[in-house]
Design a protein around this ligand. Structure first.
Ligand SMILES: NC(=O)c1ccc[n+]([C@@H]2O[C@H](COP(=O)([O-])OP(=O)(O)OC[C@H]3O[C@@H](n4cnc5c(N)ncnc54)[C@H](OP(=O)(O)O)[C@@H]3O)[C@@H](O)[C@H]2O)c1
Length: 226
């Protein structure tokens, strides 16, 4: 199987609840659990496969959400700059450009091309409107968003997981040890409860593991040993 097919036909749109989009969180981690190398996630890829999957995911969702820290660190631009990829989306019945979603309680928005490119549709929520549940409800009811891909980072992920609004975790485990103290992983701070995951699929591309998990709706602590 080619890397771009790792999550083809995932059927996310059909699973969208009425009050929010179906939310899929995609993250890459090193084998020792780090979410960035030299401050960016691209340093965790050993070949093109992770990037290929990352871009293929953007092609199949209504909207993409990224944290302001990530948008700044990674210099986010128009999500799908390639006309052929936008044409592929349109042929599949989607808007040519996915909606870029930005949440910022402070209103301190990053200086990145994603926020200024006139071709990029955006939904920006600031202040109290940046509450994850409220923003997701608005995206579903006002913008008609059924599928939302969250691209991190750990600070935003933690808020979404704690609010119980993440349906799936797509975890790419890179065959790298990068070391370093206290770097963030999937969620930046301890979660109120451990989220229980059910594995849906696994794909090995030359040692990079693509793991698809469903997040159980009601989170709970892991059972004690014995
Ligand atoms: N490995 C991967 O797959 C991956 C993916 C993405 C990013 N990264 C890496 O992760 C790092 C960035 O992550 P990060 O955790 O610093 O930043 P982040 O999660 O991208 O963004 C955090 C920001 O989101 C805003 N936000 C809005 N609502 C929030 C809420 N309810 N709770 C928390 N924050 C909220 C906050 O700004 P306000 O205070 O204005 O609300 C906060 O400063 C970078 O090094 C990036 O390369 C790795």
């Amino acid at each position: 199987m080619a890397a771009e097919e790792a999550y083809a036909d995932a059927g996310w749109a059909q699973r969208a609840p009425d009050d929010r989009p179906y939310v899929v969180l995609n993250m890459v981690l090193s084998a020792d659990g780090h979410a960035a190398r030299d401050g960016v996630s691209g340093g965790l890829s050993v070949d093109r496969a992770d990037r290929t999957v990352f871009l293929a995911l953007r092609e199949q969702v209504d909207a993409v959400l990224a944290g302001t820290g990530t948008i700044a660190a990674e210099g986010y631009r128009r999500l799908i700059p390639q006309p052929e990829r936008r044409a592929k989306r349109a042929a599949a019945g989607l808007a040519p450009d996915p909606l870029a979603c930005i949440l910022s309680r402070s209103g301190d928005l990053p200086d990145a091309p994603l926020l200024t490119d006139p071709e990029q549709p955006r939904a920006i929520y600031t202040g109290d409107d940046a509450d994850p549940r409220a923003a997701l409800a608005d995206l579903r009811t006002r913008h008609g968003i059924r599928t939302l891909l969250c691209e991190g980072g750990p600070g935003l992920n933690r808020a979404l997981l704690a609010a119980g609004v993440v349906d799936e975790l797509l975890l790419t485990l890179s065959p790298l040890l990068v070391g370093g103290p206290g770097a963030p992983a999937v969620a930046g701070e301890p979660l109120p409860d451990a989220n229980r995951l059910d594995i849906l699929s696994m794909f090995d591309h030359l040692g990079t593991l693509f793991l698809r998990y469903r997040i159980r709706p009601s989170s709970g602590s892991l059972p004690a040993d014995g």
